[in-house]
Design a binder for this molecule. Structure first.
Ligand SMILES: [Zn+2]
Length: 267
């Protein structure tokens, strides 16, 4: 089955580079903080190696930009982990391998998809979180970093409480997600969606995407979400360009979850 490619990547505008550069410049001008604006990148649905995964790591590695990789525990096997690890071995310090659910399954009978939503008991939610963490720790050892990205960017309040109780360093969802995390669990929320956009018209998709990028930088922090299975050549070319622009900009600082957890910054 071919993964769905969003309309913006099937129809990238010819002036995309200049529009992106202008967007970053205007947003950086808008950001009045004393520190550089902190941007993280998060790639979801990681576990199965392939040419797209290798290309993704090559781009981040070349620009020396950290990448937070959300791994689905039940999809990861020892042979797969060997290949993933090998693909990034020359830049191991850039990767923040963390947890993406248990098996990326929807358990809700109605409403939005959730793996960690109201349909299941707290005991089952906690069991899946612990199974996932144990599996990743067993395979990855100290490379695993305890941040939880719930599938589809959503989970319920009980899940957040369990994560806090189990000592996770943070949870990563979409900006404005409810309920808010408890005081002891930082939220590292994504604010830009590169590859799972639903706009049918590429033009409005581009306006919305650049708007997300502008608001992220002008607010001083945020995260950019990646789905490599849905990337075509245009999407890879843009990512290359974006990393080049962000990593060389004097007012922007690419960071990982670990950087955010170790140095929370102003409230
Ligand atoms: Zn996912």
């Amino acid at each position: 089955m071919r993964a769905f490619v969003s309309s913006i990547w099937r129809h990238p505008p010819p002036d995309l580079a200049i529009r992106t550069e202008r967007c970053l410049a205007a947003a950086a001008e808008h950001w009045k903080g004393n520190e550089r604006a902190r941007i993280f990148f998060r790639a979801d649905d990681i576990a199965v190696p392939g040419s797209r995964f290798a290309r993704l790591l090559e781009i981040f590695s070349r620009h020396r930009v950290p990448l937070c990789l959300a791994v689905v525990p039940a999809w990861l096997t020892p042979p797969r982990w060997q290949v993933l690890k090998e693909a990034g071995k020359d830049s191991a310090s850039l990767w923040c391998w963390h947890q993406h659910g248990w098996r990326h399954a929807n358990h809700e009978r109605q409403g939005k998809k959730q793996e960690f939503g109201p349909a299941r008991s707290r005991r089952r939610l906690q069991r899946d979180i612990q199974h996932g963490r144990q599996r990743l720790e067993k395979l990855m050892g100290t490379r695993f970093y305890p941040v939880f990205t719930p599938p589809w960017n959503r989970c319920d309040a009980r899940t957040l409480t369990v994560l806090e109780k189990l000592g996770y360093a943070g949870v990563s969802r979409s900006a404005g997600s409810r309920p808010a995390p408890p005081a002891g669990l930082p939220g590292f929320d994504v604010t830009v969606d590169l590859h799972t956009r639903r706009e049918t018209a590429a033009g409005s998709g581009w306006n919305n995407l650049l708007g997300e990028l502008f608001r992220t930088i002008s607010a001083g922090s945020g995260g950019i979400m990646i789905h490599h299975q849905r990337m075509n050549h245009a999407a890879f070319d843009f990512l290359d360009l974006l990393l080049k622009m962000i990593s060389s900009h004097r007012k922007l600082q690419p960071v990982s979850f670990k950087d955010l957890a170790d140095n929370p910054g102003p409230p």
